[in-house]
Ligand binder design. Structure first.
Ligand SMILES: [Fe+2]
Ligand SMILES: [Fe+2]
Length: 266
């Protein structure tokens, strides 16, 4: 099978004509499913725009959510909407809450949203302030230290889910694809051809999921783990272990495009 992969498509910035053109570009690849690694839309628009994309495509959509998908809402509200959406639409699969998906006999797909957790770079010295810290109810906290605690809780919740999914997938499948929004390593935190610096890393990378991936790669040296992520809108490849590859996908606001089409061979 072919799996089309897109990241950071930010559909809420597009008019219906451009959204239809994006769906056509996915269909034209002949892929049998689409994987989206987050930043699909914003809290109030993510459900209607996922439904619209699914109808236009007529293909299975696997996805995780990115930080923008929680904008103008809260973590709890958006997650409750995802559970309701996916339980009523088998063609939509939010990987964060889904079982291990077999893409073929030898390849499984798992995913978690991930969250920047302030553990790489220098969070306390960083002057960077994202819209996340205004537009996501849980993170709109005046004190930097309180916000960091919430970011770390979100990241470790993703990391624990990822650990469970890998423990179920790796004994069975030689190749495991991991979808996540936030790059799990410094060396995967690409920005315009370079690795993000200490001001941006705390907001752009998730060490909690990275540590789980390193542990899994070391525990299962004969398995191959391939991570697909986004968030920085810049592409690059990193290989922190011989059997662990991380691809960060490119994206442009207002011009969504595929980051790749993966061949999944039995
Ligand atoms: Fe994005
Ligand atoms: Fe993002």
């Amino acid at each position: 099978m072919k799996l089309a992969w897109a990241t950071d498509i930010h559909l809420n910035f597009l008019d219906p004509r451009k959204r239809a053109a994006f769906a056509r570009s996915v269909r034209d690849t002949g892929a049998s499913a689409l994987l989206i690694t987050g930043d699909i839309a914003e809290g109030p628009s993510v459900v209607p725009l996922l439904r619209e994309l699914h109808e236009a495509l007529g293909l299975q959509i696997f996805y995780v959510l990115g930080n923008h998908d929680y904008y103008r809402s809260s973590i709890g509200d958006v997650r409750a909407q995802m559970e309701a959406l996916c339980s009523g639409s088998p063609g939509l699969s939010w990987l964060h809450a889904a079982a291990v998906t077999a893409l073929c006999e030898s390849t499984a797909l798992v995913g978690v949203d991930g969250w920047a957790d302030g553990q790489y770079g220098d969070y306390h010295a960083s002057p960077v302030s994202l819209n996340d810290y205004v537009l996501i109810r849980d993170l709109a906290l005046r004190r930097k230290g309180s916000r960091l605690r919430v970011m770390r809780e979100l990241a470790s919740e993703s990391a624990e889910r990822l650990r469970g999914a890998l423990e179920r997938a790796l004994p069975v499948y030689p190749r495991v694809l991991v979808a996540t929004h936030v790059p799990p390593f410094e060396e995967a935190c690409w920005h315009e051809g370079k690795i993000s610096g200490p001001d941006w890393l705390p907001h752009f990378a998730c060490k909690a999921t990275g540590d789980v991936l390193l542990g899994a790669a070391e525990a299962w040296p004969d398995r191959r783990i391939e991570v697909l992520c986004g968030h920085t809108h810049s592409e690059g490849v990193a290989s922190p272990r011989p059997n662990l590859l991380v691809r960060t996908g490119a994206a442009d606001y207002g011009a969504p495009a595929l980051a790749g089409v993966l061949e999944i061979e039995a």
